[in-house]
Ligand binder design. Sequence first.
Ligand SMILES: C[S@@+](CC[C@H](N)C(=O)[O-])C[C@H]1O[C@@H](n2cnc3c(N)ncnc32)[C@H](O)[C@@H]1O
Length: 467
Amino acid sequence: MREGVKRSSQARSRGLLGAARCPRCSSKIDLAPSAVRCRKCGQVYPRLGAIPVLLPEPVDYFASCGRQLAGLKEQVEGVVKDVREQLRSVDLLPSTRRRCRTLIEGITGQLADVRAILEPNLPVAARSGGRGRSDRTPATLDHLPYLYRDWGWPPEADGENERALALAERILQGRCPGRTLVMGAGACRLAYELYHRYPDAELMVMDLDPVLFSAAHAVTHGETVAIREANLEMGDLGQAVKEWTLSAPHGPVDDARFHFLVADAVDPPLAPGIFDTVLTPWFIDQGPEDVRDLISTLHRMLKPGGRWVNMGPLKYSLDVPFSRRFAREELFDLAERAGFRVGPWKSESGPYLVSQLNGRGKTEWVLAYSATKSVSTEPGPGQQDDPPAWLLFRHLPVPTFEGQALFWSEASMVRMVVSSIDGRRTLDDIAVLVAERARQPDVSMSQVRTAVRQCLQQVHPTCGAAG
Ligand SMILES: C[S@@+](CC[C@H](N)C(=O)[O-])C[C@H]1O[C@@H](n2cnc3c(N)ncnc32)[C@H](O)[C@@H]1O
């Protein structure tokens, strides 16, 4: 019986891990060997500890991790130097001296903890802040509070972890999520809870943050991790620093059905159509430059009938233009046009990362919904004057148009876009052709897509352009 269970979980695991693709050449890639290498293009993908890093420029990623760590060290050293100088002053109360000293201890201790989590997982060359060519996929160290909350805070009725799970379960309506991709999984507590709630589910967690993933991997594999939370702005002297012991409350996960992958969730290096559920917790307003591009990705990753389960505040990064900071109604409209059926949904306000050390944090409005991918391949309906769905999304074929063969423009990019339209290629396919031709490494694919969209708007009669 045990053997049978083992075999069936191995078969399932081959399913999800077997879906990995080389982020450079898209061919199938085997994640089993400790040194992952694409057999077709030869690219090597080092690991972050045990976690495969499937990014097109893995060396740049690790260099970015090293630089972030070096930057954090420099920042801490700067504060320590400044506070030490202030301590030379004679007009300080003994309690002020105590506060300043605990502050120094707190932040140097926190830095040491972060280094202890991350450094052993980095290739040696990256530990000292290695150099990379670009920061297109930056590794961030900005999310430490997720670690305290996910794995340090004690269980609490209506606590933040408990509320997140309850909301997810409500939207899932008690149905097993099956094969699930968690995009921007962060410290992974929600994914871990779903893993325990649904023994038939197989989960893949994806993120770019090297500290969250290093700690989450250790904790979900039965280790305990110590990390200090340092408080620079004490309201009360007792709030200087707290050491959290991070651990997983229900024991370790089984690698056969819980997989970590460092990858860009906006363009996951995975075969299409394999997931029953894609969960985007507190992600869609932070990860993609344009949510419409992510909706196409979700459509691509899900099986027909699969569910996109979203939870989060729609509090977009400041660099997202206002016209793309979609509200609930726009998101639902977009999802329907892309070929999803939306519902159920719920919105509520609740505490968000309210520190258990100093009581500071915020109340956040959160929207949660499920959107089911239609079994039909047709996009959802739109009104006659609306922009065509193939212009909004990157997964739908761009139709040919009358007079296309005779079309000419002085702009070579416009000519190229028009000559690429064959009734099968999508906006994404055309953008890839344009990017290959343009060879400008500093221009992101999202920027290329925007440029292609603008060309199509100018020339395609369905977009209202003069024929
Ligand atoms: C607001 S945090 C939410 C974390 C977690 N889902 C939670 O609810 O606690 C957003 C997460 O998305 C990750 N992220 C941002 N852009 C990403 C991308 N393109 N691909 C994968 N992860 C990304 C960040 O590293 C971060 O962990």
